[in-house]
Design a protein around this ligand. Sequence first.
Ligand SMILES: Cc1cc2nc3c(=O)[nH]c(=O)nc-3n(C[C@H](O)[C@H](O)[C@H](O)COP(=O)(O)OP(=O)(O)OC[C@H]3O[C@@H](n4cnc5c(N)ncnc54)[C@H](O)[C@@H]3O)c2cc1C
Length: 594
Amino acid sequence: MAADSTMPQDSKVSRRSLLAAAGAVAGGAALAGAPRVARAAGRSFDAEADVIVVGGGGAAFAAAVGAAQGGTRVLLLEKAAAIGGTTARSGGAYWVPNNHVMRREHGVRDPKEWAVKLMARLAFPSVYDPQAPYSGLDRFSHEALSSFYDLAPQVFERLERGGVIRSEIAALLPTQNATDGIDWTHPEYHAHLPENRAPYGRTLHPVGSEGGGGGSLMTGLATYARRQGVRVLTSQHVVQIATNSKGEVVGVQAQTPEGERLYRAKRAVVFGTGGFTQDRSKVMNYLRGPIFGGCAVPTNTGDFIDMASQLGARLGNMRNGFFVQHVLEQALANSSVVDDLWIPPGDAMVMVNRYGVRVASEKTPYNEHTQSHFVWDTTRGEYPNLVQFFVYDDVVANDPMQAYGMPIPVPGRRSPFVISGQTIGELASNIQKRLDKLRGRVAVNGAIGPSVRLADGFADNLSRTIERFNSYARDGRDPEFGRGSTPIQVSWGGPRRRGNDKNPSMYPFAGSGPYHCILIGGGTLDTNGGPVVDTNGRVLHVSGQPIKGLYGAGNCVASLAGQAYWSAGGTLGPGVALGFTAGENASSEPVKEV
Ligand SMILES: Cc1cc2nc3c(=O)[nH]c(=O)nc-3n(C[C@H](O)[C@H](O)[C@H](O)COP(=O)(O)OP(=O)(O)OC[C@H]3O[C@@H](n4cnc5c(N)ncnc54)[C@H](O)[C@@H]3O)c2cc1C
């Protein structure tokens, strides 16, 4: 989408007074943008709108749609050359508790008390106490969850009524077996928890968008926004927030191919600029575990954190992300990885660490599984699971049903990431050769340093691990990690192999090779920490008061989900619902003087 050069240059306000005021509010000399003030002094605004939305993904476009009601003029500024962000790459599913589709079309109830408890337990497990006030959470976090439960279904129902997005219950897998519109074989990721009283039906996606929902979601939002007159400018890298002498937000400054531009927001600015996965320094400093890359688009470098910090914003949830595993070599080649592992396919497969031992149920959903990479060995002083080794037999490799998903290539297709060996010993030796080749490669905050090598005895340990796994598979029970013991692990773990009447997620390895391995590293869909927002989407100052005229939603702000990935759609449900709300509230802000 090309930049819109028809934007009227209709403001007469001096740029000098504006950014000078921003300097005063944010602490003068400490303001990183101060030199730009001098260069730009004396020029008037390049364009004006009631509400400016920064970013061009799902949260930002939802904000633009929410703001563009009743004649509000909205200007949307996107850093990349095209809109869409990570949202356009996504499955486009959104998790909405108590949504209108589950209630009205399928009669499924989702009582608030239990839905909020479920969200609280998963978001803040270390303090969760179902008997305590606010379930053990601080009041602010609990209110955020409670408000999300009330608000999200209303937003998606309004989006449907307004003709923006029509939703249906998501059928996310080709193996789905839907009856009456609900795939009753497709449970939530945490369907087994006692707090989960509605384990089917909260995940929605745009009608008819199986497999390509991100594009459909973006098309719905962007088409509606444009129809409402939202002006969209691309190649606009917003670098600074402008404030008036009262500290109210009155615009933004952007770097563009044509030079710097200053945009006036009469009422408010809403940020939807994604997380910081693609900024190595922020990933190193904030995230609680080492990752090698992430699915976020290359432009998601956490710019809002820098800009909002200059205005004294409170930061939250910085250590968390929506975690996912990647093929290590893909992440090393490009930290913005398009592919990710949801739940690894295959029944005769294990994932082991550098000692050749399993570290988790291989079939746990991505956000949980990825955290197994972050385990710190206090005695050895190392991350033993930093790189994991996805090992599978040749039957899985050649069975199109077993090998239907990332990272195993479709049978018959070769992948440079697959390492093979006729025996486990040969496989181990080939894995070590590959690690030697990768030595020194550096990623977002992981590196193939000297510690990333197979430990002595890896091959013997791996053989013993496989023997033990085979006996578990024959029993149909994994006493170590409970593989296949929750509905999602069975539903998404791959098809049941003929003759396996026990646990479909496990099958004994073939007695002879070849065997195969793919190197796996931790990553994110994107991070989800940043400035803290209230239930209206207003960014809070460290004092606890809202920064007037500043809003945010999506992965650029502190997620109310804490460390959780509630289920499929757990990022876009809150992102779109809270983006829309932020936009709507921004449009009713009073006009700010400059
Ligand atoms: C393969 C895949 C499948 C996924 N499936 C799902 C799913 O089904 N459901 C789900 O909930 N999540 C899913 N996700 C995750 C989901 O895509 C993201 O969490 C979500 O899209 C984030 O939305 P956002 O609007 O916050 O950010 P983004 O969509 O990343 O948008 C941020 C935008 O801001 C722009 N920007 C950044 N900085 C600036 C700046 N300074 N100035 C101007 N613009 C800026 C960026 O260029 C980008 O366009 C998936 C991700 C992937 C990769």
